[in-house]
Design a protein around this ligand. Sequence first.
Ligand SMILES: [Zn+2]
Ligand SMILES: [Zn+2]
Length: 306
Amino acid sequence: MSDEMKITFLGTSSAPPMIERRQSSIAIRYRGHLLIVDVGEGTQIEMLKNKISLRKMTILLTHLHADHTLGLIGLLTTRNFFNIKTPVTIIGPTWTSQFLSLLFLAYRFKPEFEVTVLETTGDVVLNNKDFFIESFPVTHSIESIGYKIETHPKKERFNPDKAQALNIPQGKLWKQLQEGTPIEIKGKEITPDAVMDKIDSKNLKVVITGDTEFDENVIINSKHADLLIHDATYPPEEKERATKYKHSTVLDAALVAKKAKVKKLALTHISQLHSDLEHSLSEAKKIFSNSIIAYDGLTIKLKIKD
Ligand SMILES: [Zn+2]
Ligand SMILES: [Zn+2]
């Protein structure tokens, strides 16, 4: 299974959508898992365009503003329509559970699949064999959280030389050992550790802020992240407006990236006030050079380096 993580931007506008940008949503695919971070209006269409299925998924909500949740009921309804039975986990801030109950009541919607809701105000919210997710509070006009998604570092790697030295024929038996299953050759058991090298692999770390103004807590949580996806609602000149509405300018985001020493910064939640995106980006790059402005359909691929 590939160790590549694919991060696809499904919506990159601020609250009012634009012709070329839909409301907030990001899909993360890693080792067969699908995470959808926020579900703005139009998310389903972008999922179709990017060939992302409605299979088993975990939905992460940064906050309950309409531009981050309008697509949710539609997406769940389509799952019912296509009779998809795989479960969905929905993670969000306090009140997510009540919010969903009201939404389901208003639309007379009964999911025909299992829905698990987890409310979080911080700390580890999900942990499986491939990665873990932590949430942390950010500063916005309503209760909002950011998410930190980190893969577990690999501890060992298959060494074909060792397998050959033990006269294990290449093919099915190699695969079994790679998957951690002991094998038997001529009555002798061989355990996976006999063909594995101990390694100290790096992990991947992606941080998504959702809507936030400049916040020291984001710096603490995104230290050395491979990718920071940060609110960049406003152009450099609109600091006053950013403070008033509790969003960030591109400069706020770049400063966070610089202070956290992240590897790459993707600016998103882009408002129409960016009259010249080239200018916004070049100003951000003066503070943090590896900055990009995300756009709908952009996929960033991250790979673990041993
Ligand atoms: Zn928003
Ligand atoms: Zn918001």
